[in-house]
Write a protein that binds this ligand. Structure first.
Ligand SMILES: Cc1cc2nc3c(=O)[nH]c(=O)nc-3n(C[C@H](O)[C@H](O)[C@H](O)COP(=O)(O)OP(=O)(O)OC[C@H]3O[C@@H](n4cnc5c(N)ncnc54)[C@H](O)[C@@H]3O)c2cc1C
Length: 229
């Protein structure tokens, strides 16, 4: 049976921040940079909580804690209350957030780390890679190769980087080292059995399915989770 590690921390703040810039990566995903409030510290992987008009939403920086600004990768959700505010925010707009929250960060151990993400759930691993974490295995589940926003960075830092393209039928049409299928398919059929430290971030169904797999195939592993939904 794998050990499951979860938890939260007390919040600090609220901190005042401002939008510095925003750039669209695809038609529904963008990176947005905020000024760094004095005194705010976070570990790569931890999340911040935006508060505006009684709406609260968590986002995980993709920047390293050493960077001057704080960058987020945001998927613009159709009809979404808060992601739409971020999608239309302008340079200089004020926001507030609290944090850092959570224990989702990198814990070095003798077991190989396996990072598993879906969609924007890659955010904590981007921050970790930018902060110098390397030699991990990373599976990133996306629908299409366009959504592999951080491919060069992650390819360089990882021991093994496997984009998992769920809508791809022919592996030859994919990206180098890519897998045609879901992250769970890769774990079930490609990753050697053994004990690992699994870090799971993104879709809650993916996290549930991977935990079930870990209990069957990767006994004595440790599992850290950060559901985005
Ligand atoms: C710990 C944590 C970290 C997070 N980090 C990030 C991050 O770095 N980047 C990021 O983009 N998001 C992140 N999220 C998700 C984020 O907090 C919001 O839930 C998301 O942006 C949607 O908020 P909204 O107010 O726009 O939509 P809402 O108004 O809350 O929802 C509108 C509708 O969209 C649906 N919906 C909500 N989210 C999604 C989704 N992802 N896909 C499809 N449908 C959805 C809802 O069920 C609802 O029907 C994180 C969540 C958590 C818990």
């Amino acid at each position: 049976m794998s050990k499951l590690f979860q938890g939260t921390t007390d919040s600090a703040g609220p901190y005042e921040t401002r939008v510095l810039s925003r750039s669209w990566l695809t038609e529904d995903a963008f990176e947005i940079r905020f000024s760094r409030p004095p005194g705010l510290q976070f570990a790569p992987g931890q999340r911040l909580r935006f508060i505006r008009n009684e709406v609260e939403r968590d986002y995980t920086p993709v920047s390293s804690p050493q960077d001057e600004g704080i960058d987020f990768l945001v998927r613009s959700v159709k009809g979404g209350l808060f992601s739409s505010v971020l999608a239309s925010a302008r340079e200089g707009d004020p926001f507030q957030f609290t944090g850092p929250h959570g224990y989702f960060r990198f814990y070095p151990s003798e077991r190989p780390p396996v990072f598993v993400a879906t969609g924007t759930g890659v955010a904590p691993f981007v921050s970790m890679a930018r902060a110098g974490v390397k030699d991990f295995i990373l599976l990133h589940g996306v629908r299409r190769s366009l959504d592999l926003y951080y491919d060069p960075l992650l390819r360089k830092a990882a021991r093994l980087y496997v984009p998992c393209l769920s809508t791809l039928r022919d592996p030859k049409e994919g990206v180098p080292g890519g897998f045609a299928g879901r992250v769970t398919g890769y774990l079930a059929n490609q990753l050697a059995s053994g004990a690992y430290d699994f870090y799971l971030c993104g879709n809650a169904d993916m996290i549930r399915d991977v935990i079930l797999l870990v209990d069957q195939k990767f006994l004595d592993s440790l599992v850290y989770t950060e559901p985005f939904s």
